[in-house]
Design a protein around this ligand. Structure first.
Ligand SMILES: [Zn+2]
Length: 321
């Protein structure tokens, strides 16, 4: 209980940062609209929409040092409330590892060398090792890497994508599950992934979608998410960095599989995307959200679930004869 109160105050505490105005990471344009001024806890955080390509990102952007500090010390505690993974998070990660393997199975080949970027507690690396792959991980969080090594004995470096000691063309598959939206320069990171992959390389990227009409508008933005992708901006960024979406996974989602190709300047796959995103932000406003029945249904649903949990807790606590 005390821990929960502390964590609530940690979340509400402003996340101060020194930032700098940056051009769009996808197209280089400096023209943008402001689409958010606060994060989900009410702290100041400006998000913009690029007028040339439709990418949404934090601007001013925190400095590299500030981002590194955030991940070294604050991220796991303020976002997930844990320095080492909690039981619930481990179970969720195990389920996630299973589902990710199912998702990428159509493009996997026997004996593939797999790298998981942002490997967290090591569940996916462990799962892939068990399946017979030569799997490795990198993650900057010491607590999580230590847990992964102790629990599963899997090879994981304590490193960011910038500091990792990995040879060019030393992997066949790279996965980054809810990772690149946290990077300050996702284009440069994906270019690095490109160099780590061999000629037949495949890459799995999964990010949350900002264009989700069911998400609460006031809860859209978070300091951890420096980029807020859509299917279109993720596909265009990967295309520019030298990847083509796999024909075996043609879905239009924000969990995509790509094949290694050549970088190209012909990456503008969705020229109307700014207009679509402008329309999205104009349509899904806080005002419209609170005038709709959605938040009230959600509240009733939450109360019902809480009531069910309390009944379950009282039943399981009853002593047996
Ligand atoms: Zn742009």
């Amino acid at each position: 209980m005390f821990e929960d109160i502390v964590s609530t105050f940690t979340r509400l505490r402003p996340t101060p940062f020194s930032g700098e105005v940056v051009p769009c990471n996808l197209c280089g344009s400096a023209e943008h609209d402001v689409v958010g001024r606060r994060d989900r806890y009410g702290n100041r955080l400006v998000n913009v929409l690029c007028k040339a390509c439709g990418l949404v990102f934090v601007n001013p952007m925190p400095t590299e040092e500030r981002v590194a500090d955030f991940y070294r010390e604050e991220y796991r505690t303020s976002y997930h409330n844990a320095y080492t993974p909690r039981k619930k998070a481990i179970l969720r990660a195990k389920k996630g590892a299973f589902l990710r393997h199912v998702h990428i199975a159509p493009v996997l080949k026997t004996g593939d060398r797999v790298l998981d970027v942002g490997s967290g507690g090591g569940e996916f690396v462990h799962y892939m090792c068990e399946k017979g792959f030569d799997a490795h991980g990198i993650d900057p969080n010491e607590g999580f890497v230590d847990y992964a090594r102790r629990t599963y004995g899997v090879p994981i470096q304590i490193a960011t994508w910038q500091t990792a000691r990995l040879k060019d063309e030393s992997f066949d598959v790279i996965t980054a599950n809810h990772v690149v939206e946290h990077f300050r320069d996702p284009y440069a990171a994906i270019r690095r992934f490109h160099s780590w992959l061999g000629p037949e390389g495949r890459m799995f990227l999964s990010v949350p979608s900002i264009a989700n009409p069911n998400r609460t508008p006031y809860g859209r933005f978070h300091f951890g998410h420096l980029y807020n992708f859509t299917y279109e901006t993720l596909a265009m960024l990967a295309r520019r960095a030298g990847f083509i979406q796999s024909e075996e996974t043609p879905e239009r989602s924000t969990a995509l599989i790509f094949n290694k190709a050549e970088p190209t300047e012909e990456w503008q796959l969705f020229p109307d995307h700014y207009a679509e995103m402008r329309d999205f932000f104009d349509t899904y406003t806080n005002r419209r959200y609170f005038l709709s029945p959605t938040p009230y249904f959600r509240w009733v649903h939450r109360m019902k679930r809480l009531g069910g949990d309390m009944i379950m807790a009282s039943v399981t606590r009853r002593p047996t004869k």
